[in-house]
Ligand binder design. Structure first.
Ligand SMILES: [Zn+2]
Length: 75
């Protein structure tokens, strides 16, 4: 699922609020945003459900930060 223009605007607003700086591993400042993912819960009462997340990927080393979609304002 690619982000539509409204969703992209929400991501950009989030980025302005919590600006990601340099990568903590390689210090690169080139980040890309991938399509949303759902991380499966493997223990607890949420087994069978997924944690909706948006990956921010460092363009140099590949470090991936996952931000909860709810915090970005995405469904
Ligand atoms: Zn990096």
């Amino acid at each position: 699922m690619a982000l539509d223009p409204e969703q992209t605007a929400k991501v950009q607003a989030w980025l302005q609020q919590y600006s990601i700086k340099a990568c903590p591993v390689c210090k690169s400042k080139k980040w890309t945003v991938a399509d949303p993912v759902g991380l499966p819960f493997i223990l607890g009462s949420n087994i069978g459900k997924a944690l909706p997340s948006l990956p921010f990927i460092c363009g140099r080393c590949g470090l991936t930060l996952l931000i909860n979609l709810n915090n970005i304002g995405l469904p």
